[in-house]
Design a protein around this ligand. Structure first.
Ligand SMILES: Nc1ncnc2c1ncn2[C@@H]1O[C@H](COP(=O)(O)OP(=O)(O)OP(=O)(O)O)[C@@H](O)[C@H]1O
Length: 340
């Protein structure tokens, strides 16, 4: 698969002497010491990452880890001090590191929607009028705005809220509306860096489902920032963990939990409830002759989420099968000992 976005050895330095700052970072000096010296803030260094078209990628890291700098770099809005970030477009590869200001502007208009602050919604407007206003700002002809708003609201499951004033929406519906407005443009890449103003908005499963439907419908690639591991696990097809400007691991949520690349990743994810994302085969043990004699309470196929196995597990051991072959069993006692 050819990635839509290819990032190689990317470094972003905020400051006037990026070359000198990078030389010091390469020599092993801490980013803090370099910033104090006045040569610049090394926000990202040696980042390698491929992003597929249509994937939902969460950039996960603490404050100052480099999430916003990476998003801004992809939007052509942060200075690339070294390395490359190239986009596969309809007209071939577009390299950000060597692009002229004119081409960067075109990239920002045509390829990426960079939402780096909460999507603004006039409180007195109705929900439908808010969508129409956003369409007007995108240059949609007047006669097309109302029908398009009706369609977008229906797609987003917001049809019943169309006539309500924005200020009357609860936080859940407000987040749905902000997501809809953020994604209205034609750009194939959506960068969500603080676009929703409700804290913990992504804890609502219906918002995650809305984002996935939006991705299926539009084919957009979505890159979000988060400092909450639980949120990242719920939202991302893949998670890229940043620590102090370095990419420490990128992979699907289960992979990060089951095979953390560093102690930092393991510690970051250690507080998560694994029942939500582990699969039956992740926790199975070998089947013994005694198990076979005693029988099983149920049978599940590989790929079944552990959370779906739990009700059967209350009645006894569950066998895990794949294409007619019995691979192992899950027993409740062993399961609890794994999580103890
Ligand atoms: N415009 C800027 N000028 C100077 N330093 C900056 C600038 N933007 C970011 N930095 C520095 O770059 C580093 C990475 O910041 P960045 O905002 O990318 O991290 P972040 O992970 O998004 O953090 P947060 O979650 O707090 O937004 C930090 O040390 C920050 O202070």
């Amino acid at each position: 698969m050819t990635p839509q976005i290819s990032i190689r050895r990317l470094a972003v330095v905020h400051g006037r002497h990026p070359g000198a700052a990078l030389r010091r970072a390469d020599a092993g000096e801490s980013h803090h010491a370099i910033r104090v010296s006045g040569e610049g803030a090394v926000a990202l260094i040696d980042v390698d990452l491929d992003i597929a078209s249509g994937e939902i990628l969460v950039l996960l890291g603490g404050s100052g880890s480099g999430k916003s700098s990476l998003v801004a770099a992809l939007a052509g809005a942060a200075p690339i001090a070294r390395g490359s970030a190239s986009f596969l477009t309809g007209r071939g590869a577009f390299e950000l590191a060597t692009a002229t200001p004119k081409h960067l502007r075109r990239h920002a208009e045509a390829t990426v929607a960079h939402r780096s602050s909460p999507v603004r919604l006039a409180p007195r407007r109705t929900v439908a009028a808010a969508v129409e206003a956003a369409l007007a700002a995108l240059g949609t002809p007047r006669r097309d705005r109302a029908p398009r708003a009706v369609l977008e609201l229906a797609n987003a499951g917001l049809r019943d809220a169309a006539g309500a004033p924005v200020e009357a929406l609860g936080p859940g519906l407000r987040s749905h509306l902000q997501l809809l407005v953020a994604a209205l443009g034609p750009e194939p890449v959506l960068l969500l860096d603080g676009a929703l103003d409700t804290p913990d908005a992504w804890r609502d499963p219906s918002l995650v489902a809305a984002l996935r439907r939006l991705r299926e419908r539009t084919g957009k690639t979505v890159i979000l920032t988060s400092c909450d591991p639980a949120e990242a696990m719920r939202v991302g097809d893949r998670i890229a963990v940043l620590d102090n400007g370095r990419l420490v691991q990128a992979g699907p949520p289960r992979e990060l939990v089951l095979q953390p690349a560093t102690d930092h990743v393991a510690a970051l994810l250690s507080e998560l409830n694994p029942v939500g994302f582990l699969l039956a085969e992740d926790v199975m043990a070998p089947i013994t002759p005694a198990d076979e004699a005693a029988g099983f309470a149920g049978l599940v196929q590989t790929g079944t989420r552990l959370v779906e196995v739990l009700p059967t597990l209350r009645r006894g051991d569950v066998v895990v099968a794949e294409r007619g072959r019995l691979l192992g069993k899950i027993d409740a006692h062993r399961l609890w000992s794994l999580f103890a």
